[in-house]
Design a protein around this ligand. Structure first.
Ligand SMILES: Cc1ncc(COP(=O)(O)O)c(C=O)c1O
Ligand SMILES: N[C@@H](CCCC[NH3+])C(=O)O
Length: 441
């Protein structure tokens, strides 16, 4: 957000978001549904997610692998968007799940995703979470360390089960993305150092009876928009597989992780065909079952956050104060990330407008969605959409400043449903208890 790169024009934002268009008096329409109608009906702030966009992107991802003749199991990264309705849509598209907690595991199962189609990643899995995964005999647990390996082996033996596992490899490769969402450098907390994998792999396959080690997993980071780190990462995995096999060890599965980025602003985000091509070229001849774990690419463009302008404050800058805050969408505050903002009414002139700061109501200067951005003129009461909010939006929201969680609406063709009710303040307060000894001293 602090960059001096010119902002994309409204027209180029619309071009890069084919599920959004202006239709005269209906204003901004998402997959046939006028967003202003939803905002008026359900109040703001509120999240909207399109089942059609999710399905289309799920299909496009699968098509990219099919075009390369690559049989790849796709597991949606639940952390990006964990709503049961979204998981149901993706399960119906043939997706399994990548989960990182017992909670996400329960969600995936509740949405009808088969245990065998679930991969459990996550740097700090508790004994209880591992036992849950063992109990349900999920497809694969990605082991993050030698310490976790021993814990898992012991737990599985205690439960008289054999857990299917892969080693998450830390390949020491920079994903060329935001430092806070980079996971594959040696200094990052994730995975098992690549040079220690062969010895540990041998020991595990020869000595451990609680686990069945089926292969390797790698995930370099998120919002990756260049090809080189994917290629380097997968080449490293391919070379490890060759080393392991030369040593007589068995490798049947490779999990390529997630990370494929999108164009929030003007990024030259590569399409899934790039990922398919890189995987085909680096891992395609290894005769293994391949897996991917995409999150953002599927969900982000499928959702928007709707908000209303509370006031336009004229000060050193013109501040457009909206009723959504960093407690809803924390990405700009957390990663300085850029999200497109479009008015819900059709602008008279898409090229004109005012240079403004769009800010939320939270008492933090980091609660800012756009800095010195030219937007069509906005006044008190106008409605806006924050784009690409379908991933890492609802899932990262909080009740900071005692703001109840916002509602979430799913649109699907001409149908729509409130898939998450707006939390009430009473519900928020009801979660808290003042001990008797304090209330009545
Ligand atoms: C292990 C793992 N898999 C998959 C993902 C999904 O990443 P993305 O949403 O960037 O596709 C993440 C998040 O970065 C992750 O940590
Ligand atoms: N929360 C991050 C992505 C993290 C990916 C998790 N491994 C974002 O909003 O961009």
């Amino acid at each position: 957000m602090t960059s001096t790169r010119p902002d994309p024009t409204l027209q180029s934002l619309l071009n890069s978001h084919p599920n959004l268009s202006y239709e005269g008096s209906k204003g901004l329409v998402m997959e046939g549904t006028p967003l202003a109608d939803l905002a008026r009906q359900h109040g703001t702030p509120c999240w909207v997610i399109s089942a059609d966009t999710l399905r289309r992107r799920a299909r496009a991802l699968k098509d990219a692998f099919e075009a390369k003749n690559l049989p790849v199991h796709c597991h949606f990264a639940v952390k990006a968007q964990d709503h049961q309705a979204c998981l149901t849509v993706l399960a119906q598209c043939g997706f399994g799940a990548d989960v990182v907690s017992g909670g996400e595991l329960r969600r995936a199962l509740a949405a009808g995703i088969r245990a065998q189609d679930i991969v459990f990643s996550g740097i700090g899995k508790t004994d209880e979470e591992l036992e849950l995964a063992i109990h349900h005999q999920i497809g694969q647990i990605n082991v993050e360390s030698v310490e976790e390996l021993h814990r898992l082996d012991a737990l599985a033996r205690k439960l008289e089960r054999r857990a299917r596992i892969a080693f998450r490899v830390n390949p020491d490769i920079d994903a060329q993305t935001h430092s806070k969402i980079t996971t594959g450098r040696a200094e990052d907390k994730f995975g098992i150092a690549h040079d220690t994998v062969p010895a540990l792999y041998r020991k595990t396959q020869t000595d451990m009876t609680g686990v069945e080690l089926i292969g390797l997993a790698v995930h370099l980071g998120s919002q990756m928009v260049t090809e080189a780190p994917f290629r380097r990462g997968y080449e490293r995995i391919a070379s490890l597989v060759r080393t392991l096999r030369a040593d007589g060890l068995h490798v049947s599965d490779i999990d390529c992780g997630g990370g494929l980025g999108i164009a929030y602003r003007d990024e030259k985000a590569p399409p899934p065909s790039m990922l398919a091509e890189v995987i085909a070229e680096t891992l395609g001849d290894l005769n293994v079952q391949l897996h991917v774990e995409p999150g953002r690419w599927l969900a982000a463009p499928s959702g928007v956050l709707l908000a209303r302008v509370i006031d336009v404050k004229e000060a050193a800058r013109r501040f457009v104060i909206i009723d959504a805050g960093m407690n809803e969408l924390v990405r700009p505050a957390m990663y300085d990330s850029w999200h497109g903002i479009l008015p819900l009414h059709t602008p008279e002139d898409t090229t004109a407008g005012d240079v403004v700061d769009v800010v939320g109501p939270i008492c933090e200067s980091s609660d800012i969605f756009a800095r010195q951005r030219r937007l069509p003129s906005l006044k008190k009461g106008d409605l806006v959409a924050l784009l690409d909010a379908g991933a890492y939006g609802t899932v990262m929201s909080s009740t900071y400043n005692s703001r109840p969680l916002a509602a979430q609406i799913m649109i699907d063709g001409d149908r729509q449903a409130v898939i998450r009710r707006r939390q009430t303040l009473d519900e928020l307060l009801a979660q808290e208890a003042v001990p008797d000894w304090l209330a009545h001293p």
